[in-house]
Design a protein around this ligand. Structure first.
Ligand code: SF4
Length: 200
């Protein structure tokens, strides 16, 4: 098993201020790909997954390595648009194929389930330090800018119905299931404080 290496922990500096949605502490959740088939990577939307400015060079670094996992459609979209794009509001996103599949989606052996090609390469030890963009890693937790601070929220979408059912059945708290991306985003100390604040 490839060990995680996140050299620039935490992504959000120690001076960042956060507000936390208390629903995060009450939610039981564990993704169930057999139910959703990786719907969060293929949902129709005006814009693809949001990324941080600091992730632009990471996407450019990993693209030549993950290229072999991508479809002709992905490669054609990347040829036209690149691996990231600037939205009108200044934010940065990952392009999607005809407003649906993320350009980094990969399917295995005719399976209908979408996987992230970056994560696949990371798990195979082909890339280091970047398992996937933090917004994808954290989903269905989202971190939104809010004035001079940020808001940490749980985004409950119908596509995650199977994830909620599995979390409830197996009694897995959302913060446990997403411990690794939370630590990547906030650092261990702040994840401990987050758990305390949520009353665990
Ligand atoms: S976040 Fe939701 S849609 Fe995405 S893989 Fe998990 S359960 Fe499926």
């Amino acid at each position: 098993m490839h060990e995680p290496t996140f050299p620039d922990l935490p992504i959000y500096s120690e001076h960042t201020r956060f507000e936390v949605d208390r629903a995060i502490g009450r939610t039981l959740f564990a993704c169930d790909l057999s139910e959703c088939h990786g719907a969060c990577c293929t949902m129709p939307a005006d814009a693809g997954a949001p990324i941080l400015e600091s992730e632009i060079p990471e996407l450019e670094r990993v693209f030549p390595i993950v290229k072999k996992y991508l479809s002709e459609d992905s490669l054609a979209t990347i040829e036209g648009e690149g691996v990231w794009r600037r939205e009108k509001d200044g934010s940065v996103t990952i392009p999607a194929i005809r407003g649906r599949d993320c350009i980094f989606v990969t399917y295995e052996d005719g399976s209908p389930t979408a996987h992230c090609a970056i994560e696949k390469a990371y798990r195979a030890g082909e890339i280091e330090g970047f398992p996937k963009p933090i917004s994808c890693h954290l989903f269905p937790i989202r971190i939104y800018p809010k004035g001079s601070s940020f808001e940490i929220v749980y985004e409950s979408i119908p596509e995650c119905k199977g994830g909620r059912a599995r979390g409830k059945k197996e009694k897995i708290p959302l913060v446990d299931f997403l411990e690794s991306p939370l630590v990547r985003a906030l650092g261990e100390e702040r994840v401990k404080k987050l758990r305390d604040a949520l009353g665990e």
